[in-house]
Design a binder for this molecule. Structure first.
Ligand code: ADP
Ligand code: MG
Length: 622
């Protein structure tokens, strides 16, 4: 009929038609299992979810050969009746939901009724259980379906042997036992952190590898992630309408080169979520060096109707009804907590510090410490936050780095004058101490009660200027100051164009730039806080930054970056000689500036070397 060839009949070699047929049940289960059971750790996670859903308060995990040979999970939860044992292994059989309505508000970890069926399809499974209402316990063999009586307390034991024994192709994908074990232990950690009210024990090849008794969240975190995490983190507590966020977030200083301590939970379920990770990144953007990863254990709670947990077979991803709401809440929660880290304790007088310290920071009462006042509250090495040694400050003087010294700082009982210092530094107990000298034009050396303090003066001042600019911008208080002598410079065509098209944005930032000729720009005014700096360098840097952003909307969102660039140019440069008064003024400003522990790029601004460390260096016994 037609002269064109029938393209459908030209098949690729090797393609033959076979009839459509329904797959046997076992094969369906094995295929379905692929989504749920990837490796031993997936089995562990599912069994732990079930134990939690059953209300267990004690859970024991026993692994052999990284979980590949055997995984046993025992719990003291509500158990399963003899009549229901077989149902538990059926696909899509669950006690957790019954209707679409239930699905929209699940509060349990499981609800798809797939896990036990999937595991049973790819391993040898035995289910032993005694329901709370029953005097007897029974065991169900997953293969044969046989049920026999056994001896057991109320609760459930699931034994899973020889994972992927019947699917050797999948078994080949498993890594070494050590690697599989590591994944299993991570699965237990995720549950352990979310459930400090549950006692957990993990055995591997007959050895007890983890044992966490019931405790508080803080204690549990300490046990699971080590001392370092808590002592270098701030508590997060935030609520915004129906949302609440709590947990602990690592200080920028404690950020890691790997993203291995990031635990995010939504309604108790460990998740990896783009909205939430983005929010975390933005909250840290201001204080964290680019290549570093913050540590955190955070729990977001929200009504189950506002989140869909049924978007991923392993439920590790979720979908929020209003992701903006969630994003904002997380940014605020973290932002507040991180900013507070240095100033919140400011209202605590020195003498109250030890009691006010969280328990994990309190020194071992049995250890004999040095006998000089509160400095004996030795802080863990390597953590540096002003608040750690912050006392009751109330800075009434506005002390400028380049400006007048002698700002007066009031304390509850005494008033000291900055300009008199230097003579007898040890008398005054400022958290960041008294300046002693400038080192190589870069560092300020200061003495405080703990010992020696080293401050990167440019980095510190940059932060101070940046925070001030941010505040001024927020309060519409970013005044520009006309230059006595306008500064002109030869501009590139790009700079000319950028200055012309962004006049308004520049104006909002306090910069007044006009074209003098076709190749010359002139700076007429700069933000008052930056009047001491180099106006041309400031204008050029700002133009360069601006030209990267096209629309005004982007600029509004990039304002902090712009201010950060400007701050960098307004901050005191290296190699500028500072007087002791100027150095002290800088230290005092750091004490009252938010986020002053890191510069705008997330690098630390100061370090403490304690007397004890110095004594150790010189082997001075106390
Ligand atoms: P889901 O958890 O999605 O319901 P599972 O396949 O994991 O599906 O479990 C099927 C059912 O078996 C559960 O709904 C629950 O009723 C029961 N079950 C599984 N594990 C336990 C346990 N450890 N304790 C009590 N009941 C359990
Ligand atoms: Mg389950």
């Amino acid at each position: 009929m037609s002269e064109t060839p029938d393209v459908n009949r030209i098949l690729r070699p090797g393609v033959i038609r076979t009839p459509i047929r329904e797959l046997p049940d076992e094969l369906i289960s094995q295929i379905a299992a692929g989504e749920v059971v990837e490796r031993p750790a997936s089995v562990v996670r599912e069994l732990l979810d079930n134990a939690i859903d059953a209300g267990a308060t004690q859970v024991v995990v026993r692994l052999l050969a990284g979980g590949v040979r055997s995984i046993v999970v025992e719990d003291n939860g509500l158990g399963i009746n003899r009549e229901q044992l077989a149902l538990a292994l059926r696909r899509h059989a669950t006690s957790k939901i019954a209707s679409l309505h239930d699905l929209e508000q699940v509060s349990t970890m499981g609800f798809r009724g797939e896990a036990l069926a999937a595991i049973n399809a790819v391993a040898e499974l035995e289910l032993l259980s005694r329901a709370g209402s029953s005097a007897d316990a029974f065991a169900l063999d997953g293969r044969s379906g046989e049920i026999r009586p056994v001896a057991r307390d109320v609760g459930t034991t699931v034994q899973v042997r020889e994972l992927f024994f019947s699917t050797p192709a999948r078994r080949k994908f498993l890594k070494s036992d050590a690697t599989e074990l590591a994944h299993c232990l991570e699965a237990v950690r995720r549950h352990g952190l979310a459930h400090p009210e549950v006692e957990w024990a993990v055995w591997h090849d007959g050895k007890l590898v983890n044992h966490w008794r019931r405790s508080t969240l803080a204690q549990r975190i300490q046990e699971v992630l080590g001392d370092g995490f808590l002592s270098q983190s701030v508590e997060v507590l935030h609520s915004a309408g129906p949302l609440s966020i709590r947990g602990f977030a690592g200080t920028p200083d404690a950020a890691r080169s790997r993203a291995d301590q990031q635990y995010m939970y939504v309604n108790g379920r460990f998740v990896r979520d783009k909205v939430l990770s983005h929010a975390v990144r933005s909250a840290y953007a201001d204080v964290l060096h680019g290549a570093r990863h913050p540590s955190y254990v955070l729990f977001l709670e929200l009504p189950s109707t506002r989140v869909d947990v049924n978007v991923h077979p392993t439920k590790i991803e979720v979908r929020f009804r209003d992701s903006r709401e969630v994003h904002q809440a997380m940014v605020h929660a973290l932002g507040n907590a991180l900013a507070k880290s240095r100033t919140s304790d400011a209202a605590t007088p020195v003498t109250n510090r030890p009691g006010a310290q969280p328990p994990w920071l309190q020194p071992d009462p049995n250890a004999a410490g040095p006998s000089f006042g509160w400095a004996a509250q030795e802080l863990p090495l390597g953590r540096h936050r002003v608040s750690d040694i912050q006392v009751l400050w109330n800075d009434r003087g506005t002390v400028g780095i380049g400006g007048s010294s002698g700002g007066s700082i009031e304390r509850p009982q005494e008033t000291v004058t900055v300009s008199r210092l230097g003579a007898e530094p040890a008398v005054i107990h400022h958290p960041l101490g008294q300046a002693l000298a400038q080192l190589h034009g870069v560092y300020i050396l200061a003495q405080n009660q703990q010992g020696l303090l080293i401050v990167d003066m440019h980095a510190a001042h940059e932060r101070i200027v940046y925070e001030r600019l941010k505040r001024q911008l927020e309060q519409h208080d970013l005044h520009s100051q006309p230059l006595l002598v306008p500064a002109s410079f030869a501009a590139t065509p790009e700079e000319m164009a950028c200055a012309e098209s962004h006049t308004q944005s520049l104006c909002a930032l306090g910069l007044e730039l006009t074209a003098l000729s076709s190749g010359t720009l002139v700076v007429r005014a700069v933000p008052a806080s930056l009047s001491g700096g180099d106006p041309v360098a400031l204008a050029r840097a700002t133009l360069a930054e601006l030209s990267e952003h096209e629309s005004s909307d982007v600029i509004r969102r990039a304002q902090h970056e712009l201010l950060s660039t400007m701050a960098c140019h307004g901050a005191v440069r290296a190699n500028r000689r500072l007087t002791l008064d100027e150095m002290n003024a800088l230290l005092r400003q750091m004490e009252v500036t938010e986020r002053s522990d890191q510069c705008n790029h997330g690098r630390p601004t100061w370090r403490q070397v304690t007397l004890r460390e110095l004594d150790n260096w010189f082997m001075r016994g106390r």
